[in-house]
Design a protein around this ligand. Structure first.
Ligand SMILES: Nc1ncnc2c1ncn2[C@@H]1O[C@H](COP(=O)(O)OP(=O)(O)OP(=O)(O)O)[C@@H](O)[C@H]1O
Length: 259
């Protein structure tokens, strides 16, 4: 990885203290994420993918090692709104319209009304939800709600987007479409994206870098730099190059299980 890292983890360690004893969630995790990369984290349940993402967002605090986000501590990065965060569930407030859901972080940050309106229109256009501003979340399909939640994360124009299994709950056809849309969005905006998934095809289709993790304790076992071109139609998944990368990811996951 040659470009200046936007996220840099060195020997990161995190142990949760629980009633049942310590849980070693991350062990000796070192990773550089270059600017503009699309990095997927894949690994079995409990290997620390979400915990790692939450560390980047300053929602968890490592018990060892160092982590910088845009050259700052995660706490500083959070205060300077360096990232947007998209959760597993869309997490929209049901009593607010889509527009007012997107407006909420902008209101908290003190943007004036005209600026808020401009930004809402721009991000709704980016996720192809123009015209849905006045709808309530329950009037939208699951996929549309997830797009609205991405729009909310994009509204304050952070350089980094942290996405925790955003499409896990959706059917495959909708997921395919949203995968295409996220790639288009990434290409258009040049953001750095860290993306957690359980799906090998999703990880391979989306990423410039695939980080394979293994559990107990959670650590990185492989980082695969994708040779696939940036322009990726969905049927790239049938090419030998794609299948070869998927195979390497699967082998990495299997190795983690066998240890
Ligand atoms: N707040 C917490 N307190 C105690 N243990 C935790 C906490 N958060 C996570 N863990 C534990 O840390 C480990 C890693 O959890 P994490 O949610 O990061 O895994 P994951 O790879 O994202 O899993 P999944 O794919 O199921 O979402 C697990 O053993 C989990 O039980």
């Amino acid at each position: 990885m040659t470009a200046q890292p936007v996220i840099q983890a060195q020997n990161l360690d995190l142990t949760f203290q629980t009633a049942d004893g310590p849980v070693h969630a991350l062990k000796d995790v070192s990773l550089d994420i270059p600017k503009g990369a699309f990095v997927s984290f894949i690994g079995p349940s409990g290997c620390g993918k979400t915990t790692f993402l939450r560390c980047m967002a300053a929602l968890e605090h490592p018990t060892g090692g160092t982590l910088t986000v845009n050259g700052m501590t995660p706490d500083e990065a959070r205060r300077s709104r360096a990232y947007g965060y998209v959760f597993q569930a869309a997490g929209l407030y049901p009593w607010r319209t889509i527009g007012r859901n997107i407006a909420l972080p902008l209101e908290i940050m003190g943007y004036a009304r005209a600026e808020r309106q401009q930004r809402i229109a721009r991000v709704l256009d980016l996720v192809e939800l123009s015209g849905f501003e006045k709808k309530f979340p329950w009037q939208l399909s699951g996929g549309m709600q997830q797009r609205a939640s991405i729009a909310r994360a994009l509204a304050f124009d952070a350089d980094i987007l942290l996405m925790d299994e955003p499409f896990g709950a959706l059917d495959e056809i909708v997921r395919d479409r949203l995968n295409e849309e996220v790639l288009r969005l990434w290409d258009k905006t040049g953001k750095t994206i860290a993306f957690v998934t359980h799906s090998i095809p999703e990880a391979v289709y989306l990423s410039t870098h695939i980080v394979v993790m293994s559990p107990r304790p959670g650590r990185i076992t492989d980082v695969i730099e994708s040779p696939l071109p940036k322009d990726r139609p969905l049927d790239i998944r049938d090419t030998p190059e794609f299948i070869e990368i998927a195979h390497r990811v699967r082998e990495g996951l299997r190795a983690g299980y066998d240890e």
